[in-house]
Design a protein around this ligand. Structure first.
Ligand SMILES: [Zn+2]
Length: 279
């Protein structure tokens, strides 16, 4: 699609989104953002970096008959998602970076369709260090995909991976090498001086330092749920990916309770299209 055609679609999406309260728009082709929201003066772009279908096998061992009822086909639709926020004076900011172009990630293609150069990404906030969230930090040749970006990583997450507690330390070594001098580890719960309207929230359990982000009435929730169709109503189910299942369940319940009480919009890194849920 030509960029001018795309821009007129984007303009229409923005008008739709800004005239209502964060209504998701229709899905676009794979290289385009799935939706655009306006939150006060900010615009949030939901980008499905890669398709994903998850097997029911990952959720076995809790209540298998209920699992079969909810997932009769034995699988559920998910996704690998990235959220891009146009923070105006603070620049373009990414939340996670997807799986990486060499594994089929569409983030770079989508940024190109938005006429945004990787150099214009000023900051990247990481929910956790699983590779489907940080693979997109690197070009296929092993160099930094975002040469001007400052990285923000939760300190307990960085520590867990660099100590070997999470297994392979390769991902931290790659980050250290590619983003040397631009890595900022923070304590979840802190506000970030460079983006004052952003609140970081500890949401441990999936990984030791898993962190979510609050902007106005939006929560960017990382891997708080892997199978929305199941875990939204049954948060007691964990995917096998959750490192500390009991803690992950408590965190999931707390985040969902808060979203329901405060009528928040959740942006999830594995939510199926339209990538968000408004409560
Ligand atoms: Zn994930």
């Amino acid at each position: 699609m030509k960029k001018n055609t795309f821009l007129s679609i984007l303009a229409a999406l923005l008008v739709t989104a800004c005239s209502g309260s964060q209504q998701p728009s229709e899905s676009q082709s794979d290289a385009l953002p799935d939706n655009v929201y306006c939150v006060k003066k900010f615009q949030i772009y939901g980008i499905q970096d890669h398709d994903q279908t998850l097997s029911a096998e990952l959720f076995k061992g809790y209540n298998d008959s209920l699992l079969t009822q909810v997932m009769p086909t034995g699988e559920t639709e998910a996704g690998i998602n990235v959220f891009l926020v146009d923070f105006g004076e603070f620049g373009y900011i990414l939340f996670d970076a997807g799986i990486g172009a060499d594994k089929g990630g569409r983030l770079m293609e989508t940024l190109d369709s938005l006429d945004i150069s990787p150099n214009e990404i000023s900051q990247i906030f990481i929910t956790h260090l699983h590779f489907d969230h940080v693979g997109g930090l690197f070009n296929p040749d092993g160099t930094a995909a975002f040469p001007s970006a400052n990285l923000y990583i939760p300190q307990p997450e960085y520590d867990a991976w660099s100590s070997g507690k999470m297994g392979d330390t390769k991902v931290v070594e790659m980050i250290d090498r590619c983003y040397e001098g631009r890595i900022n580890c923070f304590t979840p719960g802190d506000t970030i001086d460079s983006v004052l309207c952003l609140v970081t929230i500890p949401a441990y359990g999936h990984t030791p330092g898993h962190t979510i982000y609050n902007i106005e009435d939006v929560l960017i929730v990382g891997d708080i749920m892997h199978a929305v169709a199941l875990q939204l109503d049954h948060p007691e189910f964990c995917a096998r990916f959750d490192a500390d299942p009991a803690q992950a369940v408590a965190t999931r319940k707390a985040v969902l309770d808060r979203a329901r009480t405060e009528h928040l919009t959740l942006c999830g890194m594995h939510f199926p299209r339209p990538l968000t849920i408004k409560f």
